[in-house]
Design a protein around this ligand. Structure first.
Ligand code: COA
Length: 244
C-alpha cells in the first residue's frame, strides 16, 4: 500500500485522497492498487458514501507518464483497468471534489462518480489523441451519450479543454463551488444520512441500463490502448514530456 493514496474513515463515509501533489496526483500502478483496496473496503456494509479528493492544487494529472513508458498496462488484468471496473460497479455512491487539472483518467474516472463538484479553476482535459492514445474508462461511450456527439468530438478527438462552468452546464458534473471540498463533504454527509438501501437501489437503477455497454466499451478501449502504448509514435510523445 502506498501513502500516495490516503484512506480515512469518517463515520459512514470512506474518504479516498490522491496524495501525490508534487506530481499533480499522477497515478501509478501502486496508486491504482491502493484505490481498488479502498473501494473494496467501501463495499463493507457500514459505508454509505465514498468521498474522492486530490491533495494540492490539482485533482489528478492522469496516468503517470513514466509508468506508461516503463510499466504499461498490457490488458484488462492491469491495475488501471481493475480500478476502472471497481469504480464503475461499486454499489456505494461516490462524491468527488475536483480542482485545478483533471487530465486523462483524472477526468474520465469522474464519469463513474455520482456527484462531482469542481472549483472554478478546474480544467478537464482529455489529451489522448495528442499523446497517440485512445480514451479509456468507457469515455468514448459515455461522453457522447452525456453531451451529444458534436461536443464529444471536440473533447475526445481534438482534446479541447473544458472549464468547470462548461462541464456543469453540459451536465457532466453536479456543480461548481468556491468551497469544493466543503460542498462535496456536505453532499457525502447528506447521502450518508439517507436510508442506505434506498440510495443504493436508486443508484443501481440509474446505472444498470448502461452497465454491460460500459464493460464492453472498456474492453474494446483497452485493446486499442495497449496497442497504442507499444507504438513508437506514442512512446516518443511521452518521452518528450520529460524532456521539456
Ligand atoms: N506523469 C508523470 N509526471 C507528471 C504528470 C504525469 N501525468 N503530470 C505532471 N507530472 C509531474 C511533472 O513532470 C512535474 O514533475 P517535476 O516537478 O519533477 O518536473 C510535476 O508533476 C508538476 O508538473 P508541471 O507540468 O510542472 O505542472 P503544471 O502546473 O505546469 O502543469 C499539468 C500541470 C497537469 C497541466 C501538466 O503537468 C501536464 O500536462 N501533465 C501531463 C498530463 C497528461 O498528459 N496525462 C496523461 C493523460 S492520458
Amino acid at each position: 500500500m502506498t501513502d500516495y493514496v490516503r484512506i480515512e474513515e469518517r463515520g459512514h463515509i470512506l474518504c479516498l485522497e490522491l496524495n501525490r501533489p508534487e506530481k499533480k496526483n499522477a497515478l501509478t500502478v501502486e496508486m491504482y492498487e491502493a484505490l481498488v483496496a479502498g473501494l473494496e473496503r467501501a463495499e463493507e456494509g457500514r459505508f454509505r458514501a465514498v468521498l474522492l479528493t486530490g491533495a494540492g492544487d490539482s485533482f489528478c494529472a492522469g496516468n503517470d507518464l513514466r509508468d506508461f513508458l516503463d510499466r504499461p498496462p498490457t490488458g484488462q488484468a492491469s491495475p488501471v483497468y481493475h480500478f476502472l471496473r471497481s469504480l464503475s460497479v461499486t454499489p456505494v455512491p461516490v462524491v468527488a471534489a475536483v480542482q485545478g487539472a483533471a487530465v486523462g483518467i483524472g477526468a474520465t474516472m469522474l464519469l463513474h462518480c455520482d456527484l462531482v463538484y469542481a472549483s472554478r479553476d478546474t480544467v478537464f482535459q482529455l489529451p489522448f489523441t495528442s499523446l497517440g492514445l485512445v480514451p479509456e474508462a468507457a469515455s468514448t461511450l459515455l461522453i457522447p451519450r452525456r453531451v451529444g456527439y458534436g461536443r464529444a468530438a471536440g473533447m475526445l478527438l481534438l482534446g479541447e479543454p473544458l472549464t468547470a462552468e462548461t462541464a456543469a452546464a453540459a451536465g457532466l458534473i453536479a456543480g461548481v463551488s468556491d468551497d469544493v471540498l466543503g460542498e462535496a463533504t456536505l453532499r457525502a454527509e447528506r447521502l450518508a444520512a439517507l436510508p442506505p438501501e434506498a440510495v443504493r437501489a436508486t443508484r443501481a437503477l440509474m446505472r444498470d441500463p448502461e452497465r454491460e455497454m460500459i464493460k464492453d466499451q472498456m474492453a474494446a478501449e483497452a485493446t486499442y490502448f495497449a496497442e497504442r502504448l507499444r507504438s513508437e509514435e506514442t512512446r516518443a510523445v511521452m518521452r518528450g514530456f520529460f524532456e521539456r
